[in-house]
Design a binder for this molecule. Structure first.
Ligand code: LFR
Length: 463
């Protein structure tokens, strides 16, 4: 039996359970189980099927043993901002509403009537996104005040999955920062903001740092699975885990998936008025760092176009199509809010091009080129903003995550940014999750050691 740690990494389009172990100083990964994750309409809102996600985690745990692994620990990371509420008996009383649901339309402005926008930024350091937890909670307060009245526990998605595994209630720190409700100075819930929004403070528990055990499986699960292990908190925000796996220090990174998260690791928050204007965020890192970064719309746009094309082309085919399409030159502002959750992504892109007097994309290759070029343009602009805000010049950009395989964008970014682009590892999020568990259990000693191991274990390419 091979001893291992299990990373459960669930993104906005799929999830996986990955076994990891160290052999001859190399980190070895074995993908045990992969499953789809989709938003669907439930009770009038776009939701995640959270019960189904937990079933898939159990399937992955069972399969790991069938594959002759002996899992010692497990930890879950997912996307940020979304949550569920439990009542006093620890029963779930809300659906896991997805951040792209329209319940938060217009809500940011209502919150700014009650709390000064600049104060929110200065005190939390978190960028403005209409879907941040603070706006979702306020939307819920307006729509169903009785639900918040009956609530006793606030759990973000990975916190809830950890609760189902262990029965323990936790609010893990890296993900809690994305609520825009934590004070940057002391990492505690912002009582004053909560009060002003009429959100009960007692539903939150003291944020807890990652890289520690929260206990073993519940008795029922031990019985069902016929084994036990420790649940160890990774950076439960997927981006926190991904950035742990950037195989270098002092570099700009792009964690490229459904979103592109572009920034640097920084020692303290930067919440100047310039950072506010550029809408940069200061998320809590798993390794005592601040993730100073910007959310860029990312591969979501091509995922949606792919879906509208009835999955006739794979992602790799879209990349080839963009590469072959030389003439088409229209560019959109990928961070325009119309692209967040449109009825039709194709239509939204075409309308943007019409409004800006540019040629509309029609063919699949034109759409692919338009989206990829627009993303590269946004990366280029964001790199300049990062240098301006940090007062430092960076010579490299590390692209990690599934999107790092897009050779068309990698080459183009190298050309326009005049920086050296390194790509990989593709499974950065699961790797970051695993190394956090390994550091917590003493298998790895430091973040430097872990970055070095990641560097020598995976294929890192240079453009
Ligand atoms: C990436 C990510 C981003 C967050 C967005 C919404 O998967 O976690 O960091 O801003 O999803 O939760």
């Amino acid at each position: 039996m091979q001893k291992c740690n299990l990373a459960v990494d669930i993104g906005a389009s799929s999830g996986r359970v990955i076994a990891g172990y160290v052999q001859n100083n190399q980190l070895i990964l074995d993908e045990i189980h992969r499953f789809d994750n989709k938003m669907r309409e439930m009770n009038g809102h776009l939701c995640w099927d959270i019960d189904d996600l937990f079933l898939e985690i159990k399937v992955g745990m069972k399969k790991s043993v069938e594959k002759q692994f002996q899992p010692l620990t497990i930890g879950v990371d997912t996307w940020a901002v979304d949550f569920v509420l439990l009542d006093k008996d620890k029963n779930r009383i809300t659906d896991a509403v997805a951040y792209r649901d329209h319940r938060t339309d217009g809500v940011m402005d209502e919150v700014f009537q009650l709390i000064d926008q600049k104060a929110i930024y200065q005190e939390t350091g978190i960028q403005f996104q209409p879907f941040n937890t603070i706006y979702q909670l306020f939307a819920l307060q307006k729509e169903k005040p009785e639900t918040l009245k009956n609530a006793r526990y606030f759990l973000m998605i990975p916190d809830y999955l950890h609760y189902l595994l262990t029965g323990k209630i936790t609010n893990e720190y890296t993900n809690a920062t994305t609520t825009q409700l934590l004070k940057a100075t002391n990492q505690k819930w912002h009582q004053d903001f909560l009060e002003k929004l009429n959100i009960p403070e007692h539903i939150f528990s003291e944020p807890i740092q990652p890289m520690q055990s929260i206990g073993s499986l519940t008795k029922e699960l031990q019985h069902e699975l016929e084994f036990d292990l420790e649940v160890v908190l990774p950076g439960t925000h997927d981006t926190a885990s991904a950035v742990m796996a950037v195989p270098a220090q002092d570099t700009i990174y792009i964690s490229s998936g459904t979103w592109s998260l572009m920034g640097v690791e920084h020692h303290e928050p930067i919440s100047t008025s310039q950072a506010f204007d550029y809408n940069f965020t200061n998320e809590g890192g798993a390794n005592d760092h601040i993730r100073f970064l910007k959310n860029i719309m990312g591969l979501w746009m091509i995922q949606e176009v792919k879906r509208e094309w009835h999955d006739q082309y794979s992602f790799a085919e879209f990349v080839d199509l963009a590469y072959q399409e030389s003439a088409f030159a229209s560019i959109v502002n990928v961070n325009d809010q119309r692209f967040l959750s449109p009825e039709s992504m194709k239509q939204a892109i075409q309308t943007y091009c019409q409004e800006t007097n540019q040629q509309e994309p029609i063919t699949a290759s034109e759409f692919a080129k338009c989206i990829f070029d627009s993303l590269v343009e946004s990366y280029h602009q964001t790199a300049k903003e990062i240098e301006e805000l940090t007062g430092k010049t960076y010579s490299t950009i590390h692209i990690i995550g599934g999107g790092s395989k897009n050779y068309y964008m990698n080459e183009k970014l190298a050309t326009v940014s005049k920086k050296t682009i390194y790509t990989g590892p593709g499974e950065a999020t699961a790797i970051g999750n695993l190394v956090a568990q390994m550091m917590a259990t003493g298998q790895l000693n430091s973040i430097e050691q872990s970055k070095q191991m990641i560097n020598q274990s995976f294929d890192i390419q240079k453009f």
